[in-house]
Design a protein around this ligand. Sequence first.
Ligand code: PPE
Length: 307
Amino acid sequence: MAFDETGKIWFNGEFVNWKDANIHVLSHVIHYGSSVFEGIRCYNTKKGPAVFRLQEHVQRLFNSGKIYRMDIPYSVNEICNAILDTIRINGFKDCYIRPIAFRGYKELGVYPLNCPLETVIAAWEWGKYLGEDALENGVDLGVSSWSRMAPNTLPNMAKAGANYMNSQLAKMESVFNGFDEAIMLDYSGLVSEGSGENIFLVKDEVIYTPHSSLSILSGITRDSAVTLAKDLEIEVKEEAIPREMLYLADEIFLTGTAAEITPVRSVDKIKIGNGKRGEITEKLQTKFFNIVEGIDEDNYSWLTFVE
Ligand code: PPE
């Protein structure tokens, strides 16, 4: 989907025109992938636009920065407010927000600390991540031949730009093989996550998802799905999941800010359950969308209203 280039982007504390939000080709980030970022959604609820779990996303941005010794020169609150300002100035109701902090232009060489740290917030309207009918009919997954980064290589808990080179390899492979999305295993062969989503499976009414030491990003939608499931009195187990457990699941779904809660209908061309969106998946989806659309009460204070 092409960008609408008429909007404004927050660039180190000032709003600039979309087309003026540029950096030099010798910026550190371009050569070495030195960035940390977030993806956040704003929903047009019945009571006006509201950002989903704003504080948690911004806190994760700072956590990612901390891992890479990036001192973001703003407070969490300042970035939260800048995000709300970015939505307001662009007049968005429904949008995807991309805050990013990166090492800028000064010198090259792996050692990054002499380069300035730049902070940017952009927003645009981003529809359904895995296609229009994915939320209803589900997607087809392929287990990737690329593993997720091993624990002592790149930290999976940081949402860093460089991690997405791994994601791109897996995503391209899956698309060339005719799948919608890739699922990656960790270095030891256990189920980890998608190129841009966490994964859940349902077996005999119990929900399973890989625990945090299985090379996953600790997804905020993942946390939301766990919370909603527990409230619906469905048992949730965070544990190690062998690949073959995917094939035997009654239901599988993916979670992510962009992907929201997306059902999975097959893995490696093996039909999951009856090949349609499962009952528990649908229950969680309905609850999730009812909250972000402002139909159900936001009992968890997940929404920050833009007005
Ligand atoms: N794992 C990965 C690797 C990942 O990129 C995401 C989000 C998640 C899990 C889910 O995290 P959360 O959004 O907090 O529930 N991926 C973001 C980027 C997608 C993109 O293509 O860019 C997103 O969904 O915003």
